[in-house]
Design a protein around this ligand. Sequence first.
Ligand SMILES: [Zn+2]
Length: 217
Amino acid sequence: VPDLTYYKGTPVPLITTWSQEVSGAPAVPLGAGARIVLEMNYLENGTATVGRVRYADESIYDRDTHGVLWQRYPVARGRGFPYFARVHPLRQRRCMNRLLCQVCGEPAAADERGTLFMLTFTDAAGVRAGTQDTVLTSNPPVCAPCSELAARRCPHLGRGNAAVYARTVTPWGVYGILAAPEGNYSGQTAAYADQRIHRMIAGQQMVTLSGLTLTAF
Ligand SMILES: [Zn+2]
């Protein structure tokens, strides 16, 4: 049985953000003291486009191995109360890259079929119908006990959801905030091949799953 963190009797996934991890105002998702600088590219005809986003006081810890800028969140797991709908950027990225269970942090379930992931209703339907053979997701893998726990307790997992073993997990890009001169757009995605990746302030790692084998919980 995995070592789980509870809040008032409810298990809290590892990737969940706690209130003490959010700097005072939730409207400021970039972390305490984060000041965004937009570096402009000036074209020969005089027009300017946003070339790259960076922090005014950026350090080597602010970017991943792909060179993408990440949102700054303090690490204070278990302090305050959990925001179940809010994913902690650092823990999500770690779970995804190391294929750790998003609930307990232990290695995700894996066998000759690959690594175990939970699917949304839409992706599950597409894979089941054979209309899609890959899945793009920001949802890190799970271990077997936690997948059963999640199927019973997670409000996002209703009827028609499924789990899948993925033989190949390929980094695709990020989900997060797109910086622009007129303001920032949250809830955006960008692939590594997309020019917009240089203007993203990442909150979640996204991967493509392929070599899929559907399984029951
Ligand atoms: Zn687990």
